[in-house]
Design a binder for this molecule. Structure first.
Ligand code: SF4
Length: 307
């Protein structure tokens, strides 16, 4: 008998990989995560988009492991190369306690970073946290490689969806992230998220309360992929705010792929900004292309974002 969301890990269908392994019995598959979530860092984060970080900070919980294998991942220390000594195993009850601690420290929201492979555990944690008095918005901050069925199952638990759209080119998605069906899946994922929450709402201080914000990291040399990603968003709704990210720097294994082993050029960024505006995407969050290093975390530090 299924008594909690977490019980569904008996045959894992959290994400599009549909591994069907029994994570409750200790089986581990692509995402390298078993029954308990692995938390690499939790704390107030001031580097998100202004409606998310506000002035008091976003209460981020960074989960280790991932259902993607991006060779350029800037969080590779926790997504791909982590060991047990660098992460904390957490039950849904432990995650609830962490959420309440972040609320008590003044966070505007709870920002769940890389939640796709632990969607059932966080669903149980949110239910418990709401019972215990959590009142700030919950943000689902994913790489976009999510299961539409799982998202439907947790409808009502997430206040703000903040997914990436990384690719609209399956060949590129396979080569750079090991996800050969990413482009088939992402339009449906965004549609379901938007159906649940609509575009972004903010309070009188400009802090996000509900809705959706989509991020796109521009990869060097792949303008056509980026244009197609922006078209998907515009077709869904030009009212959706888009965070157009210029912060790419070659990280992790990016040096193994000549075409992305460099930083973004200014013209690549500004051309796509113009293209977004031409599609009616006027609600853009942009980045200073000269400050790419500013965004790089180091998860070996107590505060990974202290730079
Ligand atoms: S969450 Fe992990 S085990 Fe489950 S389907 Fe996805 S990759 Fe496989």
């Amino acid at each position: 008998m299924i008594t909690s969301f977490t019980d569904r890990l008996v045959s894992c269908d959290c994400c599009p990989r549909q591994c069907k392994v029994n994570r409750l019995a200790g089986e581990i598959s692509f995402c390298r995560t078993g029954a308990k979530a692995l938390v690499a860092h939790a704390g107030l984060h001031y580097g998100e988009e202004p409606p998310i970080s506000g002035t008091a900070g976003s209460g981020t919980i960074f989960f280790a492991g991932c259902n993607l294998r991006c060779i350029f991942c800037q969080n590779w220390q926790i997504s791909q190369r982590f060991d047990k000594s660098s992460v904390r195993e957490m039950s849904p009850e432990d995650i609830t306690d962490e959420m309440l601690r972040l609320q008590d420290s003044g966070a505007h929201n709870i920002n769940l970073v890389s939640p796709s492979h632990i969607i059932w555990q966080i669903a149980d944690a949110i239910l418990l946290a709401r019972d215990k008095g959590l009142s700030i918005p919950i943000i689902y901050n994913s790489g976009g490689y999510d299961s539409v069925e799982a998202l439907k199952a947790i409808e009502g638990l997430i206040d703000i969806y903040m997914p990436d759209i990384k690719y609209m080119d399956n060949t590129l998605a396979k080569k750079l992230s090991g996800a050969s069906n990413y482009a088939d899946i992402i339009p449906g994922v965004l549609k379901e998220m938007f159906r649940q929450t609509g575009p972004l709402d903010t309070d009188l201080k400009g802090i996000a309360t509900r809705g959706m914000l989509i991020r796109h990291l521009i990869l060097p040399g792949h303008q056509e992929n980026s244009r197609r990603c922006l078209e998907v968003i515009a077709n869904l709704s030009p009212d959706i705010p888009v965070s157009l990210m210029s912060q790419y720097t070659p990280q992790f294994k990016a040096a193994t792929c000549q075409e992305i082993n460099r930083r973004l050029k200014s013209e690549e960024y500004y051309n796509l900004m113009d293209y977004a505006f031409s599609l009616g995407l006027n609600n853009l969050f942009t980045q200073d292309i000269t400050s790419q290093d500013h965004y790089l975390p180091d998860f070996e530090k107590k505060n990974p974002f202290e730079n």
